[in-house]
Structures are given as structure tokens and as C-alpha cells.
Write a protein that binds this ligand. Structure first.
Ligand code: WT7
Length: 676
């Protein structure tokens, strides 16, 4: 009998809105800048915290050099702070420096506080949490690092991790960092095909998974999904399988019983000395074409940025329990469940369940039981819980909470107010944090501890240290005034930004640096208020955001078009009460196909969940019989028109003169009308 994932820590331990209402969060008194941020002590002309932000942008090199010296344990120091040229998509930080990320996240804390809890694994069943100390996590990481090495993994290899949030997933990420491999965590909700595509693109010959997942009281067959995926990945030569449940699963010759083999390994593993710019991980995300991009993050800059934002946005202090409920398969989980909190020696929660399991009080019961101090979640969950009523929140003691965070999509005023008033008892600042997989960490967000800081509901407010946002109009002019909107760009590099797209630097340049030469283009639009505060207004490209999960409409169209009954399709996002955005598919069926709309939806959903993931499934379809989609004369689908029809804004249809066949739009309006 193998030790299971549940008790491996024991085994290892044994042997191893722009609204008038504003919230003031801090007094306006001036504070000692060095007490706030020790490395700022030597900054010339920075006598108080209000000048620190300015300094971090105007003297960004000095700022980041001091932060890097202070926050990162170096094996050998860097000699070049940065070497960046945004126009060429060249980004390098801390040249010449050598470090090991796992040492920064583990060993240095084991030296000072080995018995401090690093991870609280909040398993699906409430009350069955497992705590892992820094000493235990280091031991797990080292054993796994040794096992990977013994099984042929070398520095520079990329390992795909397909696991739900659990200590062994974190140990897997850190074990890669320890031995100089990179990781590619794939969200365990992705289908076998989506997983296979990412394994192949990342060229992973090793995959790490669990036998089964457990979420919301249901078991998912993750190992089976991996087996299916690797059938089309000849490069995969071994699959490490951890046991999350006691249930045996089909075993093949390439499978490795992970916990069992870990126990046979040494509990000390020499950390690799990595260059600052060696790859730490790839993380796939959606763009506006069908093919997901593997964004590349490197060692020192990413770690520093995750650590600094974690401390200063959330006001994290030693001894706090940090509860980020994102899955580790997304960048939020990487930066704020794993790297940020662990670099800061924090205690971080790994949430395996759902907001409504076993009931809608889950989050707040967990806050009470684990004494969580900072809670970080997604607006979609807040909107869902709000509908169940205040009693599910008020049942539980939330007095430990100090800061509430929101991430992944805009938070509407109603949800913001409820989060603030009901969840936080009107006492905890809400930080609406804007950032992306590409940015590595939070870029625009309130910083409640700043003197005189105010928060306007629904606004992401102000840039983080070292971040200089600019708004650019459609003609490419930088907008200097306030009370204006434009494309959100960032004018100078920061250490946390992605370095490239794996195997496709050209796409990296074209997507982020070509639209507005010299600037990093985020893909989002933003409004800057009279006071200079930012509000994110949404994507400017064909990327949509479903329950905080990012997906390209082109990716869904690709799959929908593979359905044998479909001739062509257009997918758009539409405003959805709970999800933020829902997926709306317009489909033209092949000639002669005779099928009911409900059956079309079922077929499409089957295909999309099989080829991408459940969250990407259309909520709504409009089947367009006989005709075709509204297109320009050059054949481009006019999604703008479709969006207007779905928004019921017929007045706003705009210029239709370039349209190939105006009858197409009539048919859609009529069809949509029938659905109202
Ligand atoms: C896109 C990035 C940030 C980590 C999770 C998502 C949208 C993100 C906010 C926010 C409004 C937001 C943007 C962004 N987004 N945070 N606070 N307010 N929109 O990371 O999957 O890379 O998605 O999510 O559109 O570009 P991601």
C-alpha cells in the first residue's frame, strides 16, 4: 500500500465604480518610509511614502536593485540591474546573478522557523485540512527533486504538472526549481486534448499527476485524462502518479508511484545555481488566435515581483494566514498561493473545493476555522454567493480578516459593496487587483496601507511600485490628461513581466510590443479618472473572460467548426450575471442537417468540453438556418455587429456599408428576437 497524497506529509514527517462613496483606509499622517519598506532607507529624496511611488518609477533601476538585494537570497550577486528594450521585446533583469528559487521559498525559512506552517491544504471535505511546515515542505521538495534527477530529468527540461491544488503539486513546482527544470502547470479542468497540446508544445517528457481529483464532493479521473493525453504525445516517457484517493487506477509501464519512490530518496537535495534569466516556468494562456501561448517567466525577477506585490498589496505580515482560493493552474495560484507567500515565509492556503461545497458558507466557515487574515478570490464567486444571502456569511466569525482581494475580471459595484459591507463587515479594505498571466504579478491595485489611500468601489485605482501605466488612443497618441479612456499600456519594464512566448518570440513581439511601439500593450482598455485613478474597462481583443477564466473566442470557434454538423461559426462574449461573461455561439449548420437547437447546443458543448474545458462551453447558441454570418466583403466575420445584436443595441449597429449581405444581419436580429 502506498502512502497516499493525504498522508504524505505525515509519512515524510515521520521519515521526512466610480461612485461617490469612498473608503479611506489609512490615516493621512506621514510615516517613516524605512519602517514600511526597509530597502527604501537609502533612496535619495524619499523622505515619506508618498514620494516612494514616484521614486520607484523615475528611478526604477535603483528601486528594483535595492529590492532585489534586500528580498532575494543570491548565490552570487547580479551586476546588471536591467537590460531591456521594449521595442524588441527584450527583457532581462539582474544579469550575472545566481540564485535558487526553492532556497528562497524554503531553506531560508527553515533556518529561522522550521516549524512554521507553510501550507494549509484545505481539502474538499471541510475540517479535513492538512498542515505542512516549512521543514516538511523542504523535505518533500528535496526527495522529489532527487527522484526527478534519478529518473533522468535534467536542468532545462520542462515538466508538465496536471494536479489540483495540494502540497505535492507545490512540492513538484519547487522540486523543478530546485534542480533547474522548468514547470508547466496545466489547470486540471482542461481536457485530454488541451493537455496534450500543452505537453507537446512544452516538449515535456515527464508529467506529474494524481490518480483522481476530488472537488465539490465529486471524483474526477485525472490519471485517466493524462493516459488519454499522452497517447498523442510520443515525447512523454514517464508519468508520476500521486495518490489523492485510495482508489487504484489503471497502471502502465511508464507510470511511477510518486510517494512510494519519494520515500526511498535522500531528504537533502543540492539546489542548482540558476541564472536570473533561466526559465522558471511556462504557463499557457489564451490569446486572440486559436493557439494558446506558453508565456515564459524566469527566476529572479518573477520571484521578487510576486513577493513584493504579495507583501505590499495585501499588507501581509509575518504570522498571517493568506487565503488565495485560485487554482494553482492559473497565474493567480502561481504568484499568490505559491511563490509570493512562500518567498515571504508566509502561511498559504491551498483550496481544493468550490465556493458552494458543501454549502454557500464554505469560504467563511474556512476563514473562521483557519483564521484567515487575507482572502483573495474572484468576482464570479462573490456574485454567486451574494445571491444566496447574507446569512451564509454572518453565521461565521470573520474577525481575523484584514484585507479582501478580488482578481481576474472587473468587479461590479454591487458585488464590491457586498464583499466590503457583508464579508468584511465594512472594516476590511477591498483590493481590486488588475494584472495578467503576462505581468507575473499585480500591476494596478489599491494599496490600503499607503498614507491617505482611498478606494473607489469598482476601480483598480493605482499602479504598483515601478509600474507606469499609460493610455493610448486609436491614433497611437499617449493621452496625458485625466478623465479619459484608452488602450492600457505600460511604459517601462518591471521584473515580473513575461520574457517571451515559448518557441514563438515573434508572436510575443507582435502581440505585446508592435501595437504601440515602445510600450507593453496589455490588450485591455482602461479609464483614468479626474483624480488619476484607473478603472479597467475590458478587453480590446477577442479574448473573453468566463468566471475569471480567460479564453479566446477563436479557440472556441476552432473547436465548434470541427463539429460535423457545423458549416461555420462566430463566438462572442456577452454579459452574464454570475460568470461576468458567457459564451455566445452563432452557428451556421451544414446544408441538409436537420436538428433541433437544443441538440445543437448539446453537441457543441460535448465537443468543446472534450477539446478544451467545461468552462469554455457555450451557454447560448443561435442557430442560423440556411443563411450565413454577417461578413465584410473581404470575408471577415463582423463580430461587432453580433455583439450589438446580443446586447440588444440595434441603434448601435454602426456602419454596415462594408457588409457583404445585409440580409444576414436581418436574419440574426430576427432569430435573436425570437430568443428574447
Ligand atoms: C485578464 C488577464 C490576473 C490573474 C488572473 C487572470 C482581466 C484581470 C482584472 C481586474 C478587470 C481584470 C483582464 C486581463 N482582469 N484582473 N481586477 N479587473 N479585469 O489572468 O487569465 O491572464 O487574464 O483578466 O482582461 O487582461 P489572465
Amino acid at each position: 500500500m502506498w502512502p497516499t497524497c493525504q498522508n504524505v506529509s505525515k509519512c515524510v514527517a515521520a521519515s521526512l465604480g466610480r461612485r461617490l462613496h469612498r473608503v479611506h483606509t489609512s490615516s493621512r499622517r506621514r510615516c517613516n518610509v524605512a519602517a514600511f519598506m526597509p530597502e527604501a532607507a537609502g533612496f535619495e529624496g524619499v523622505s515619506d511614502r508618498s514620494t516612494l511611488q514616484e521614486f520607484s518609477v523615475s528611478s526604477s533601476e535603483s528601486f528594483w536593485a535595492a529590492a532585489a538585494r534586500h528580498r532575494v537570497d543570491w548565490i552570487s550577486p547580479f551586476h546588471l540591474v536591467q537590460d531591456c528594450d521594449l521595442s524588441r521585446g527584450k527583457i532581462r533583469w539582474f544579469g550575472g546573478g545566481k540564485l535558487n528559487v526553492s532556497v528562497n521559498c524554503l531553506d531560508r525559512h527553515v533556518h529561522t522557523c522550521p516549524e512554521r506552517v507553510a501550507l494549509i491544504w484545505e481539502r474538499d471535505e471541510p475540517g479535513s485540512e492538512v498542515k505542512v511546515t516549512y521543514r516538511q515542505l523542504l523535505e518533500m521538495t528535496c526527495r522529489l527533486g532527487n527522484l526527478l534527477k534519478r529518473r533522468g530529468v535534467r536542468r532545462g527540461d520542462c515538466i508538465t504538472i496536471y494536479m489540483p491544488p495540494c502540497p505535492l503539486a507545490v512540492a513538484s513546482m519547487l522540486a523543478c526549481a530546485r534542480i533547474g527544470a522548468s514547470h508547466n502547470v496545466v489547470f486540471a479542468g482542461f481536457s485530454a486534448e488541451a493537455l496534450a497540446e500543452r505537453i507537446r508544445d512544452a516538449q515535456s517528457s515527464t508529467v506529474i499527476t494524481v490518480n483522481q481529483g476530488v472537488r465539490g464532493g465529486r471524483v474526477t479521473e485525472l490519471k485517466k485524462t493524462v493516459d488519454e493525453a499522452v497517447q498523442s504525445c510520443p515525447i512523454v516517457r514517464q508519468v508520476f502518479v500521486a495518490m489523492r484517493t485510495e482508489n487504484p487506477v489503471a497502471w502502465t509501464a511508464r507510470d511511477v508511484a510518486m510517494e512510494e519512490e519519494m520515500l526511498a530518496e535522500e531528504e537533502v537535495c543540492e539546489p542548482a545555481a540558476m541564472d536570473s534569466e533561466d526559465v522558471l516556468f511556462l504557463l499557457y494562456t489564451s490569446g486572440s488566435t486559436g493557439k494558446p501561448k506558453g508565456l515564459v517567466h524566469t527566476q529572479a525577477g518573477y520571484l521578487l515581483y510576486a513577493a513584493l506585490t504579495h507583501r505590499y498589496v495585501f499588507g501581509y505580515h509575518d504570522g498571517d494566514v493568506f487565503g488565495c482560493v485560485a487554482d494553482i493552474g492559473w497565474i493567480t495560484g502561481h504568484s499568490y498561493s505559491v511563490y509570493g507567500p512562500l518567498a515571504n515565509g508566509g502561511t498559504t492556503v491551498l483550496f481544493e473545493s468550490t465556493p458552494i461545497y458543501p454549502d454557500p458558507g464554505r469560504y467563511w466557515e474556512m476563514v473562521q476555522r483557519l483564521k484567515i487574515n487575507q482572502f483573495y478570490g474572484a468576482p464570479t464567486a462573490i456574485r454567486l454567493l451574494l445571491k444566496y444571502g447574507d446569512q451564509w456569511v454572518q453565521k461565521y466569525d470573520r474577525s481575523t480578516l484584514k484585507t479582501l482581494g478580488s482578481v481576474g475580471e472587473p468587479i461590479n459595484t454591487e458585488a464590491w459593496e457586498w464583499y466590503h459591507r457583508v464579508v468584511g463587515d465594512g472594516r476590511c479594505p477591498v483590493v481590486d487587483t488588475w494584472w495578467q498571466t503576462e505581468t507575473g504579478g499585480i500591476c494596478i491595485s489599491p494599496r490600503p496601507s499607503d498614507p491617505g489611500a482611498e478606494i473607489v468601489p469598482g476601480m483598480a485605482m493605482r499602479p504598483f511600485f515601478g509600474i507606469n501605466p499609460v493610455l493610448i488612443d486609436t491614433e497611437g497618441n499617449v493621452l496625458t490628461s485625466n478623465h479619459t479612456s484608452g488602450a492600457l499600456c505600460i511604459s517601462q519594464p518591471w521584473p515580473g513581466m513575461a520574457r517571451t512566448i515559448h518557441n514563438d518570440h515573434q508572436r510575443f513581439i507582435e502581440t505585446y510590443f508592435r501595437p504601440h511601439p515602445g510600450y507593453f500593450f496589455t490588450g485591455d482598455g482602461a479609464y483614468r479618472s479626474q483624480e488619476g485613478y484607473y478603472q479597467i474597462t475590458g478587453r480590446l481583443d477577442d479574448v473573453i473572460n468566463v468566471s475569471g477564466h480567460r479564453i479566446g473566442t477563436a479557440e472556441i470557434e476552432d473547436v465548434v467548426n470541427q463539429c460535423p454538423i457545423v458549416a461555420e461559426s462566430a463566438v462572442i462574449g456577452y454579459s452574464h450575471d454570475i460568470k461576468g461573461q458567457g459564451v455566445y455561439a452563432f452557428v451556421v449548420l451544414k446544408q441538409g442537417v436537420d436538428i433541433k437547437a437544443a441538440d445543437v447546443l448539446r453537441q457543441l458543448n460535448d465537443t468543446v468540453s472534450k477539446k478544451i474545458a467545461k468552462y469554455a462551453c457555450p451557454d447560448c447558441i443561435q442557430v442560423i438556418f440556411v443563411q450565413h454570418l454577417p461578413k465584410t466583403r473581404s470575408g471577415k466575420i463582423m463580430r461587432r455587429v453580433l455583439r450589438k445584436v446580443v446586447e440588444r443595441d440595434l441603434e448601435g449597429l454602426g456602419d454596415l456599408t462594408t457588409m457583404d449581405d445585409p440580409a444576414a444581419v436581418e436574419e440574426i436580429i430576427q432569430g435573436h428576437h425570437d430568443l428574447w
